[in-house]
Write a protein that binds this ligand. Sequence first.
Ligand code: BG6
Length: 481
Amino acid sequence: IIESKIVDNIRHEVRKFPDEFQFGAATASYQVEGAWNEDGKSESIWDHITHENPCYVLDCSNGDIADDSYHLYKRDVEMMRELGLDFYRFSLSWTRILPTSFPDKINEAGVQYYNNLIDEMLKYNIKPMVTLYHWDLPQKLQEMGGWTNPNIIDWYSDYARVVFELFGDRVKDWITINEPYQVCYNGYGDKSLAPILNIKGVADYMCAKNLLLAHAKAYHIYDEEFRPTQGGSIFISLSAQWYDAEFEEFAVVAQEANDFFWAVYSHPIFSASGDFPKSVKDAVATKSIEQGYPRSRLPEFTEEEIAYVRGSSDYFGLNHYSTLYVYRNESTLNYYESPSFNDDHGIITYTYDEWRIGESLKTKFVPWGFTKLLAKIREDYGNPPVIITENGFATHGGLNDEDRVTYYKHYIGAMLDAMEDGSDVRRYTAWSIMDNFEWTAGYTERYGLYEVDYESPERTRTPRKSAFVYKQILRTRELDM
Ligand code: BG6
């Protein structure tokens, strides 16, 4: 069934992209920069966790040196040129720019690094798309509660104002925050990402509300104080896998899975009504009261806050990797620790081994899920303009990455299917331009179009087969299946 679905969904011919369509590739500061304590940079939660617990990451590695992009940015720009990228998405390290975490001391050397990178890119007409926050929170702010402390709305938006001032003359595309679900659920409600707070079903929800308000505040600051003169765009990047029901009886569960796993962040921003999805509000409130809490563990937005967050993103920035099937029944109801986010939704996810291709690690190959996800965004949110801010495939490495080539071609094809059905997708970003430090897997998982040799002090970067294929797509503006 799966195979025929895949085949049905992909039309095997040469397909053209709209003239204005743009292609890019992405990285994030902690994953590539290295130079973790150079030139005045202070400690982030990732520096902290990997130093405090040297085997927190699968291969006991860290991002102290990573791809050494802090020193090798010119080679990075050369790769962007080799690929023919229209834009490059990278993130700023908060602690490199503001080592005290606050705008009282701007670190000139850190600013210089980003100026050099941006100017080098612009020399070759490669547009910077800049993420303000890709998970490397200042450790000092974490010690004051991080994203669970409502003061972070000011801490983050003060930082945002500084970077708009510093780089906004040249940067015209800003991403406020990368993947709120991972930030809040994995970092605060669980222990799979820094700061591993693991206060389940409470801290994750506090984080969600504060993060959405912080994002909205940065949006409004840009919109009111900078856009009139700088004239750029600002948006959020949400991670959304597609959750589907293999069996009709679980159709409602699939809807709830999409609500819990990503619409918690998209609904307040993109829906006409704003606020968290009703299914999530109802489920968490009911559980909380049953458990003896005086109110829902999910904080409420005031009417004013709902209006403030609603519409606060120029694009739907979408990070998508794969698809999962879902179910829920009596036997699964006590499956999760209670209270917790997982207990609140009670949903079990599963995938099939047939969905693996080649060396596929965890990323399953389900391109039709991408088409369905884009259709859902189009239908639920009045067809907002979409930028795919991440899509990619992990292997163990090697230059002949046929499996990654298959993944990219079919996922880009699935995106084109959605566009033919009416989705307004404007740009596509490959994750990643090169191998980098993976948050939980270290250097055992490789996402790069370019392979990075971590044995060599130069961190030699070599194009994989997928780099040549991506380059061909960008040059011809065609997808040849
Ligand atoms: C996204 C992140 O979750 O996916 C990236 O924004 C990350 O930073 C990528 O590298 C792949 O992640 P993973 O660890 O889930 O394979």
